[in-house]
Write a protein that binds this ligand. Structure first.
Ligand code: XMP
Length: 512
């Protein structure tokens, strides 16, 4: 296995993901718990992550000395490279200016890390994001790649099997990054690379059994793929110790509630309580227009309804949720890092402290496509796991301004026309997420001989691999006009349709 020491980078989980893709098991431990994890795991290699911290600062975090004393291979990424230099006898200085974004490195020399991949004199694209830089190499190291902004872009000590890189191999903008990490895991550390999602499932099942024991678990179903996969996984682990509660907040897409109920009661025979709470949510959302206030209300009310059902069922001490990694990273600021809260994600942000249950979140380290692979592994229907992601707060965050049942109904209708056309055009699987947003803006139109004064609807479609970044989906020329015409003709209350051309960043995928 590989131990990843986390210094608080926003993309540490991407390192874990790349290691999984290389077919190798890994665990992440925060730097201050890394020594214990190292002793327990006895890993065959260690990766040191990036960080928002700065090595020259007196109180910046360090890697446990035990790692360097043990003789296992180490790969330091960005801050990880700098900290390794600082700890092994080199020097790091604060840079006057940083280097951020795409860069090209020149390969100077061969090393075991580049085995079968990069050769001297080649040039390769990488992604840089750093302010400080190494100014003096630690003894035993040599430079094997350089870039104009980072003369020590890659450094190596093949005899100790220590490597450092100034750029980020874990992000997609370093096209060969996954292969570099795989080279470290397999070639340098000698790991076999035969770890699969089936083993992830088995490991999680064992973990859930250990955590839960003979306890009872209640799982909140949101209607989406994540909570469904979590529930089926937990059911495999503990069977009827699990009860699912489907809090139907009336903010789902057309037909979705029936689908979930059918799947759980029909195909899987998992005990399911279907709570129809639409009225409660609509009342509470009346007059609420601030996006964070909406998210917080929905998250909190979801948990309230849940707690009430938990009491009725009785005896459950665990609450299961389908929280994914991107939900965690965008909601929580890592201690010691200045990462900011972009949105309070439903699964995490709404959770009130007073809630007296322990959390079971078996998908917490996974990305969406990995959850889909796990869902397939668990036998969930392809059409179900292949559905576009849907946010916990549902349609409420696709209705900027005040939410009402009437506005939800308008949006549901327009959204289902849009998705139907996308399916008919055979584009559904090429898109990460496509949805409509009902705007609190009315414009003037003309239909027949009459003047209309109705809402504007925005259409959005993006491609993405993990929801952390996204690009606008380029529809073929006649597609959007056709959808716009259908929507304006068929949906009362909408008289104008626009398309959102914003990528993420700077936009987010959802509008709120
Ligand atoms: P943003 O809008 O932050 O969305 O770019 C990234 C991905 O996360 C989904 N999303 C959520 N999922 N609870 C969820 O389970 C939430 O509160 C939530 N907010 C956004 C969004 O649909 C996209 O796939």
């Amino acid at each position: 296995s590989i131990l990843i020491v986390d210094f608080g980078s926003q993309v540490t989980q991407l390192i874990a993901r790349r290691v999984r893709e290389a077919g190798v098991y890994s665990e992440i431990a925060p730097f201050n718990a890394a020594e214990a994890a190292f002793e327990r795991m006895k890993p065959r290699g260690v990766i040191l992550s990036g960080s928002p911290a700065s090595v020259p600062d007196a109180d910046s975090p360090r890697a446990p000395q035990a790692i360097f004393d043990s003789g296992v291979p180490v790969l330091g990424i960005c801050y990880g490279q700098q900290v390794m230099m600082a700890q092994l006898g080199g020097a790091v200085e604060r840079g006057d200016s940083g280097e951020f974004g795409r860069a090209f490195i020149e390969i100077q020399d061969s090393c075991e890390l580049f085995n079968g991949l990069w050769r001297p004199e080649e040039s390769h694209q990488v992604w840089m994001s750093h302010g400080d830089k190494v100014t003096e190499l630690a003894p035993g190291f040599r430079v094997v790649a350089t870039s104009p902004g980072a003369p020590l872009a890659v450094i190596a000590d093949d005899s100790r099997r220590y490597y450092g890189m100034q750029f980020h191999p874990e992000v997609v903008h370093t096209p060969d990054g996954g292969k570099l990490i795989a080279n470290f895991a397999r070639h340098v550390c000698g790991l076999s690379g035969d770890w699969t999602m089936a083993e992830f499932r088995d490991a999680k099942i064992a973990e859930i059994r250990k955590q839960v024991g003979k306890g009872r678990v209640i799982c909140g179903l949101s209607g989406g793929v994540d909570s469904a996969v979590a529930a089926v996984l937990i059911h495999e682990a503990i069977g009827d110790q699990l009860t699912c509660v489907f809090v139907d907040h009336g903010l789902l897409r057309a037909g979705e509630a029936d689908q979930v109920v059918g799947l759980f009661r029909g195909s899987y025979n998992i005990p399911l309580v279907h709570v129809r709470a639409e009225a409660l949510f609509m009342q509470g959302l009346a007059g609420v227009t601030d996006p964070e206030a909406k998210r917080k209300f929905i998250g909190k009310t979801f948990i309230d309804v849940f707690e009430e059902e938990a009491k009725k069922i009785g005896g459950a001490e665990f609450l299961a949720q389908g929280t994914l990694y991107p939900d965690v990273i965008e909601s929580v600021s890592f201690t010691g890092g200045p990462s900011v809260t972009i949105k309070s994600h439903h699964n995490v942000g709404g959770l009130p402290e007073r809630m007296n249950m322990k959390l079971v979140e078996p998908l917490r380290e996974l990305f969406k496509d990995e959850v889909r692979a796990l869902g397939k592994e668990l036998g969930l229907p392809e059409a179900f796991v292949g559905r576009h992601p849907f946010p916990g707060p549902g349609l409420a965050i696709r209705i900027p301004g005040e939410v009402s049942k009437e506005r939800c109904d308008i949006l549901r209708k327009a959204d289902s026309i849009y998705l139907e056309e996308i399916r008919n055009a055979g584009l559904y699987d090429a898109i990460w997420q496509a949805f409509a947003v009902l705007l609190p803006v009315r414009t003037v139109g003309v239909m027949g001989d009459g003047r209309t004064y109705d809402s504007v609807l925005a259409l959005r479609a993006v491609t993405s691999t993990d929801g952390m970044t996204a690009e606008v989906f380029p529809f073929p020329g006649d597609f959007l006009p056709r959808v716009a015409t259908r929507i304006v003709n068929e949906v009362r209350g909408v008289n104008r349709v626009v398309y959102d051309y914003t990528s993420k960043p700077p936009g987010t995928i959802e509008w709120e």
